[in-house]
Structures are given as structure tokens and as C-alpha cells.
Design a protein around this ligand. Sequence first.
Ligand code: FAD
Ligand code: FES
Length: 285
Amino acid sequence: MGHRMFKILDAKQLASDVKWFRIDAPLVAKHRQPGQFIILRLSETGERIPLTIAHSDNQQGFIEIIVKAIGKTTIELCKKEKGDSISDVMGPLGEPTEIEKVGHAVVVGGGVGTAVIYPLARALREAGNYVSAITGGRTKELVVLEDDLKAVSDAVYATTDDGSHGFKGTVADKLRELLADKERPVGAVYCAGPVPMMRAIADLTRESGIKTIVSLNPIMVDGTGMCGGCRVSVGGKTKFACVDGPEFDGHEVDFDELWDRLSAYRDQEKAAVDRMQHECKCAAK
Ligand SMILES: Cc1cc2nc3c(=O)[nH]c(=O)nc-3n(C[C@H](O)[C@H](O)[C@H](O)COP(=O)(O)OP(=O)(O)OC[C@H]3O[C@@H](n4cnc5c(N)ncnc54)[C@H](O)[C@@H]3O)c2cc1C
Ligand code: FES
């Protein structure tokens, strides 16, 4: 059987370093549920990177992703245009989000995490919830995703650290305000973004016990629970974010360990992960 390439059906620059893609992937689209992700490789020798499926259409057989160019593979991907192809798209991976009727659902996204909460906002609203979306960052690049969020949420709050756009403060500051609003009690919080941000959000809701789901972003390699790269501790138990997550109870996650593992990777483990990737590749053959 020949190698099937995945064609880019459409592409749109959302901001200087954020790009939206529609990709022909009927099998992934057929099974995909909100909260799931893909692992893609640009070429047969390329690095594997996980990306959330922002939207999909089973009838037309496509998936959509929103990518922020931050490193080698994402920068290369963001240079692709309509008509180009991607070597491998593996998925859908991960456990779907448990979409419940909670009344007032708040989704919180920081940086690239906004791409993760976008499909959640959509699904939560379709399930009949009142959805408030908080999207934060330092720069105004998030303004584009803010517009996308507006189409699928009841209320959208953009926050910037310096107040140059929207609310001046962090996403946690905004959430604190929403939690204080007794008129519209918050039923659950869904959050994706940098580790310190997710920790701050989980700390805010811990005492009141409001359900808080965080979407974790550890290093992923094979995406099938085999390599252990995405190991996280939740409620004292070891979990693999790729098969058990990526969403977990924010009150149970060991954020210290997650942070240490991400930092260790940044400083020293890159070579090891590259090797592991190579080994996974060999094992897959
Ligand atoms: C479940 C999940 C969903 C994600 N969804 C999105 C999304 O929708 N849009 C988006 O723009 N980004 C998303 N990311 C982050 C994305 O995977 C990284 O930005 C990407 O892997 C960076 O690769 P790079 O080669 O461009 O950068 P590099 O320079 O290689 O890495 C930059 C940083 O990205 C992270 N990273 C690198 N390789 C991996 C890897 N294999 N797995 C996980 N993290 C890695 C590390 O923190 C690293 O420090 C998601 C991550 C996870 C785990
Ligand atoms: S990426 Fe989860 S175990 Fe390998």
C-alpha cells in the first residue's frame, strides 16, 4: 500500500505566528470527539508533535487545527499553504472531554491553550451550558482567537498583563471576578495553558470544590502509552496524558512534577527525546 499523504484543503493566517488549517483526514474526522488531538509528522523523518483538533466535519471528512509557530516543527508547518501535504496525521488520540450540563461553564485559555479551549467552548455550549471564555496573553495576537471564541461562547473576556487589550490582569484575576458573581454561579472550569497558569486556576477553585479540568501539555512522542514521555502524577497515581488524558482533575494534578519534567526537557532531555523518537520510529517499522 502506498503512503497516504494528508492534503491541506485550506489555510489562513490568524495572526503573525498563529495559523489555521483544514486538513483532509476522513478517518480521523469520523471518530473525533471534542478534547481529542492528533500527532502529526510533516515528513517521514520529521518530529512528531501533538496538536488539538479544533474542529472536524464527519460528512466532509476534514479536521481543523490552530497552530502557533514556536519551534522547528510548528514554524515549518506554518509555512505550509493550501494544496501542500503533511506526511502523517495520527489520531484521534486521547480521551474526549466529558461534556456535561453544568449551567455556567467557564473555559480559560492562555497562549496556545486558547486553541485547546475553543472546541470545548463550542461543545459545552451545544450541550446547553452558558459559556464564558477567558483568553489571556501578553500580546494582542490572541485577538483573532477571541473573535473565534465569540462565535461559540456567550461571553468572552480577553485579558492582557499590561492592559493593552481588554481586561488588565491575568486570566486568574478575571476568573476570580466571575467566581464572585452570585447571580451566575460557576458550575465547572476548563483550562489549558502554561503550567503556572493552570496551577493558579486550580488553586482558585480548590476551596470551593468547583470542578476544574486542566488540559496538560507534557512532551508526547508515540501518543500510544508506550514511551512514557507524557507521564504525569494525578491523585498520587501515574497517568499517561496521551491515553488517560490530556484532561485531568486540576485539583489532583502534581504541577510541581509536571513543571520539573518540562524544565528538565528544555535543558537536557531534548537529545534523549530525539533518540526515543528515533527508536519509536524504528519500532513502528
Ligand atoms: C495534547 C496537546 C495538545 C496541543 N495542542 C496544540 C494546539 O492545538 N496548537 C498548538 O499550537 N500547540 C499545541 N500543543 C503544543 C505543541 O505540541 C508544541 O507547540 C509543539 O510540539 C512544539 O514543537 P516545535 O518543534 O515547533 O517546537 P520545539 O522548539 O521543539 O519545542 C518548543 C516547546 O514545545 C513543547 N514541545 C516540543 N515537542 C513536543 C512534543 N513532542 N510534545 C509536546 N510538547 C512538545 C516543549 O514545551 C518545548 O519546550 C499541544 C500539546 C499537547 C501535549
Ligand atoms: S506519548 Fe504518552 S506514553 Fe508516549
